[in-house]
Design a protein around this ligand. Structure first.
Ligand code: IMP
Ligand code: MG
Length: 183
């Protein structure tokens, strides 16, 4: 465990079992003839979860990417969602979009994205998150697939960052409070 991490909140083993459980649910729900499942990775935080999850899903999947920002080098949400990189597909009306997110905090990012993709004409839109902090909600939102509910603590690792650092850790951990003071 690196020095800046106070404790591990979700171990590699637990992440692996979460990924297998969610992949099995997705296989069950999307094994419908004529469905075109598109896993939509929300960059950058979801990239590790996406990579692991797509390997475990057995039904055919396509992948796509969007990048949004609502945080900027801090642990407090900016309150609005900006699309930094959009999804470009001509066949969106045939796509069953499953948004893959690292964590739900205020709920703004996912509730905005679901509305956005429906307005853009996607055939269906559902959401999957590795982590969920329901105690932090500012808007009413719940995901279709949730890996683990966690308390109100700022976490890093397995894709999640603090000021672009710690994304490559193989587990999810809580930062030592003094690390925030260094920035
Ligand atoms: P929301 O729009 O407030 O639900 O925020 C979702 C986004 O905030 C996530 O995609 C993360 O990028 C970021 N975020 C929220 N909580 C954390 C955290 O504990 N660690 C790192 N990033 C977080
Ligand atoms: Mg982030």
């Amino acid at each position: 465990m690196i020095n800046d991490i106070e404790k591990i909140l979700v171990s590699e083993e637990e992440i692996d079992s979460i990924v297998r459980r969610i992949a099995a649910l997705i296989d069950r729900d999307y094994s419908v003839p004529g469905s075109k499942l598109v896993l939509l990775c929300i960059l950058k935080g979801s990239v590790v979860f996406m990579g692991d999850l797509m390997k475990r899903i057995k039904v055919p999947v396509e992948i796509d990417f969007m990048r949004v920002s609502s945080y900027g080098g801090s642990t407090v949400s900016g309150g609005r969602v900006n699309i930094v990189m959009d999804i470009f597909r001509k066949d969106l009306d045939k796509c069953d979009i499953l948004i893959i997110e690292d964590i739900i905090d205020s709920g703004r990012t996912l509730s905005y994205l679901v509305d956005y993709l429906r307005l853009k004409g996607a055939k269906s839109v559902r959401t999957c998150t590795l982590l969920d902090k329901p105690s932090r909600r500012q808007v009413d939102f719940s995901a279709d697939y949730v890996g683990k509910i966690i308390p109100d603590e700022f976490v890093v690792g397995y894709g999640l960052d603090y000021d672009e650092r710690y994304r490559a850790l193989p587990y999810v951990g809580v930062l030592k409070p003094e690390v925030y003071g260094k920035n």
